[in-house]
Design a protein around this ligand. Structure first.
Ligand code: FAD
Length: 473
């Protein structure tokens, strides 16, 4: 087995997968204009040359073979730090393959309930790693009426469920929504979206299947246009990734690809493990973006001669506080890691959930500082084509002049970055992603309450109050 080349990755997508986009059934995504940019972005993660990133991307796996580092199981703080670095330089289309970290981190717990499922996790992990495959995180069900449980919905298929158990495997039906890069990966790793009770045994299901499995259909949607020039779209031209509405129309899954089939006590354990790794990825991106906010705000201030203005300086200070809180909390979570029984380390549960929560609840008001400083040009700046057109370009250069030393083209690039990142289609995507991706705010609130040392907090509160401590029975 070997690492794939970018060309082999592209070729591997030509496998009969059933995809739709904008009303069209697409038989070969590799030749369709809508998929060109996202495929190119994911293909770049298959470049394993001797450059800095090419080297960062690969590691020597346990069997001595080279593999993409997304599969490296962290065993130390240093490994986690390298993983964070990898995440900073990897497309979301590859990062979702981190779903295997979630599976490997619950393997010990799964083994206690069903050793065969644990063996399936390990075998599938090895298979995907050794074949240099990418996998999507397929967890969010449509969920119907949020007040009712999975088995109480008007339509029993509103959560993915087992409709048939056979000697050779299970048949599943349902859909999973918002699945990042579903059409661009090789494997769909399905998990329950939340804990399940005894009556929901058919909904406690987890497995991995190839995207081209009969009965799988993916309807795509993306904020990005088919073509994005890097001058006008400096952020989204590097991030154009469709989300998939994934349908499982009575799909057969052989037993050796099943990780859970009715053991409800494991459902929330799987969902939570994925949440942790998704939120870790979200924090890596949050740190990157929040640092950009600081730089962009300061550049706008300096370019427009308002860097000495106290209000403008306050806004930059607010942006620094946000960026540093995020950076420090990600750093803390990796330094104070936790471990599984078999020695895999993962970021601190309370730390990551608190960090992600802080990032999400403060994101919108933090962007406001940047918008406030930057002014209306964020939305109304002419396009690059108008700058390059001599007749219109000369006016753009003349009237966008601010002061000596400020290059108009640089100023335009800074404004395009602000618009693309925070105020255009991709910016709108970021607004919702901050809140919902990796699980909405309630998921983090729940995990914070579960992982906080409440007994210690209560004890300290009682002591501080001068009250008597309850006697332990
Ligand atoms: C761009 C993007 C990419 C994503 N990528 C993936 C992916 O790759 N894989 C994946 O599996 N998922 C993915 N998600 C899905 C994401 O995890 C969910 O959007 C998130 O968990 C919220 O679920 P929901 O969208 O079903 O909204 P809802 O469940 O409707 O939740 C929205 C809000 O409704 C409220 N609410 C929910 N339930 C209740 C209730 N019972 N009672 C009262 N209030 C309630 C809460 O305030 C909650 O925040 C992605 C989402 C986005 C936006």
């Amino acid at each position: 087995m070997a690492l794939k080349t970018p060309a082999q990755y592209v070729e591997s997508l030509r496998d009969g997968r059933v995809t739709f986009w904008d009303g069209e059934r697409i038989d070969d995504i590799t030749t369709h204009p809508r998929f060109q940019l996202p495929i190119k972005i994911v293909a770049e993660d298959y470049v394993y040359d001797d450059s800095e990133y090419g080297t960062l991307r690969r590691y020597k796996a346990e069997d001595g073979q080279q593999a993409h580092r997304i599969y490296q199981i962290p065993r130390s703080e240093e490994d986690l730090a390298v993983r964070v670095e990898l995440m900073q330089h990897t497309s979301i289309g590859t990062l979702v393959t981190g779903v295997y970290m979630a599976l490997m981190s619950v393997k010990d717990d799964v083994a206690k309930v069903n050793p065969q499922y644990a063996a399936n996790i390990e075998r599938m992990y090895n298979y995907c790693r050794d074949n240099d495959l990418r996998a999507a995180e397929v967890i969010t069900d449509p969920k119907g009426d949020r007040k009712r449980r999975a088995h109480q919905q008007d339509d029993p298929d509103l959560y993915v469920r087992i409709v048939e158990r056979r000697a050779d495997g299970i048949v599943v039906r349902g859909a999973k929504l918002h699945i990042t890069a579903a059409s661009l990966v090789h494997e769909l790793v399905v998990m329950p979206t939340k804990g399940m009770i005894a009556e929901e045994a058919d909904y406690a299901v987890s497995f991995s299947i190839p995207v081209n499995t009969p009965g799988v259909k993916i309807i795509n949607r993306s904020v990005a246009a088919a073509e994005l020039n890097p001058f006008d779209f400096p952020a989204s031209s590097h991030h154009s990734m469709p989300e998939g509405f994934v349908i499982f129309d009575d799909v057969f899954v052989p037993w050796d690809r099943v990780f859970l089939a009715g053991e409800t006590q494991l459902a929330s354990r799987l969902a939570q493990s994925l949440g942790l790794w998704e939120r870790t990825g979200g924090m890596v991106e949050a740190v990157r973006i929040s640092e950009l906010f600081v730089g962009l705000a300061q550049l706008v201030n300096e370019m427009q001669g308002k860097d000495q203005d106290p209000i403008a300086q306050n806004s930059v200070a607010e942006l620094i506080a946000y960026a540093e809180m995020l950076r420090m909390s990600l750093d803390y979570s990796c330094r104070h890691f936790e471990s599984t029984a078999s020695g895999m380390v993962y970021p601190n549960t309370l730390g990551i959930n608190t960090a992600k929560y802080y990032y999400a609840v403060n994101y919108h008001q933090t962007v406001r500082y940047l918008h406030d400083l930057a002014g209306g040009l964020v939305l109304t700046l002419p396009l690059e084509s108008d700058l390059r057109n001599e007749d219109s370009g000369k006016y753009i250069r003349k009237y966008l002049h601010t002061k000596p030393g400020v290059n108009v083209e640089t100023r335009m690039r800074v404004y395009n970055m602000i618009r693309d990142l925070t105020a255009d289609a991709y910016g709108g995507w970021q607004f919702v992603v901050a809140l919902q991706a990796g699980g909405g705010l309630p998921a983090q609130r729940l995990m914070m309450r579960r992982s906080y040392n409440m007994d210690q907090a209560k004890k300290r509160a009682l002591i501080a109050s001068g009250a008597e401590l309850p006697t332990t029975p």
